[in-house]
Design a protein around this ligand. Structure first.
Ligand SMILES: Nc1ncnc2c1ncn2[C@@H]1O[C@H](COP(=O)(O)OP(=O)(O)OP(=O)(O)O)[C@@H](O)[C@H]1O
Ligand SMILES: [Mg+2]
Length: 383
């Protein structure tokens, strides 16, 4: 029996990956040409999936590819260790790792542990335990950021490097991190970089004129997938797995999910499961609503918690965002209809909801609820 063709909550490639052809081509071309690309979008639009897909295709073309999630590190040194490790082990057999490290690091030697007592491939850990003082950290950063250039020269190969959740570098201190990285990468002609980040305002600020990454390279702002293409993709996957979709089903899913890729795949995945459990060969819009109702019940306690944590003013503004489709929230009409106070206080409440990641700005004047299920819950369960 066919498996569920829809995937959410993890990076998708291959059959679960829809569209994005223009973005894939462009990112691949830029990385191949050694560009330093900034990739920006709100959360869960598909940056990591796009990057993974492109790196895989570049690896097939012979590039050495490296992927590191900056936000996974709890400190600057931790990040440098994770990055150095990823560079060191890329395409390096475990037996060669120590010698390769000796060739690669010129001034600061890492401590390397190779654990072969685990099932699967040996586990390789790398650390710089002697680095503490700020001056030493800066020196270490210089060394680590220079590695890709050295690797490219030593192996006579091009590299493509992805630093995901890149906005997290701003948590490591002032912009000296960005300075060090920018200074190193700009000379590395054989190395393409993609700096992907999911907090558009932070990422955009990194690109402004007084910051190190100003004009460092092309900027890609990942938009939503075209709704018609996404709808066609969904219906195609339903049909290919033996559940004939009712006409309009794809569009209904995309619409209900606010066309956020994660939400679209979640709804499709859950619905596909329900249709299979019912042993049905067709998938209808009515099924979609049955699944939606189930999900709202399941997630109810979590949404209730989130709701309880809000102030009354925040609840009122959030409801207005939902019921007014995020438009004209500062206008006198909307404020009167929802008994909101002054425009300036609504404005600051909107800011608080954005910081709490419950809503996001959509264009200059519109707001959307980040989680489409929460939006539906607010619409149905609150007053
Ligand atoms: N091209 C795509 N086609 C179909 N589904 C996609 C696509 N890109 C992303 N998705 C869906 O969105 C989910 C989130 O994707 P991904 O993790 O790549 O986004 P992201 O922008 O990196 O998110 P975050 O900002 O949270 O890191 C995936 O698990 C998948 O369900
Ligand atoms: Mg991501």
């Amino acid at each position: 029996m066919a498996d569920n063709p829809f995937v959410y909550g993890e990076i998708v490639t291959d059959a679960a990956f829809a569209d994005r052809e223009i973005e894939r081509d462009r990112l691949a071309r830029d990385l191949l040409a050694g560009q330093k690309v900034f990739l920006i979008s709100p959360r869960r639009y598909g940056k990591s999936s796009l990057v993974r897909w492109v790196l895989r295709s570049l690896a097939r073309q012979g590039l050495l590819t490296v992927e590191v999630t900056v936000a996974a590190s709890s400190s600057y040194v931790g990040f440098l260790e994770a990055y150095a490790r990823a560079l060191l082990v890329a395409d390096t057999p475990a037996g060669r790792v120590r010698q390769w490290a000796a060739e690669l690091f010129s001034t600061i030697r890492p401590e390397i542990r190779i654990d072969t007592d685990v099932p699967g491939p040996p586990r390789i850990a790398l650390g710089f335990p002697s680095i503490h003082r700020e001056r030493d950290v800066a020196r270490l950063a210089g060394e680590v950021f220079a590695l890709p250039g050295r690797i490219a020269a030593a192996r006579k190969r091009r590299l493509a490097i992805a630093l995901d959740e890149f906005q997290a570098v701003t948590t490591f201190g002032d912009d000296s991190v960005e300075h060090a990285l920018r200074a190193a990468v700009q000379d590395q002609r054989q190395v393409g970089y993609v700096f992907a980040g999911s907090e558009p305002s932070l990422m955009e600020r990194m690109l402004t004129s007084r910051r190190p990454f100003y004009k460092a390279g092309p900027v890609m702002r990942l938009e939503k997938i075209a709704p018609d293409d996404f709808a066609a993709f969904l219906e195609g996957r339903f049909a290919a797995t033996g559940r004939r979709p009712e006409p309009g089903l794809g569009a209904a899913i995309v619409d209900l999910a606010g066309n956020v890729p994660y939400d679209v795949q979640r709804l499709a995945h859950e619905m596909w499961d329900d249709v299979r459990a019912a042993g049905r060969r067709t998938a209808t819009v009515e099924d979609l609503h049955t699944t939606l109702t189930r999900l709202l019940v399941e997630q109810g306690p979590m949404f209730e918690d989130a709701w309880q944590r809000l102030t009354l003013a925040q609840r009122a503004v959030l409801r207005a965002v939902v019921l007014e489709d995020g438009r004209e929230l500062l206008g006198a009409d909307v404020r009167a209809r929802h008994r909101l106070s002054t425009a300036s206080s609504v404005q600051s409440t909107l800011g608080a909801l954005v910081r709490a990641d419950l809503i996001a700005r959509h264009g200059p004047r519109r707001y959307v609820v980040t989680d489409s299920l929460f939006r539906e819950w607010v619409a149905r369960q609150t007053y």
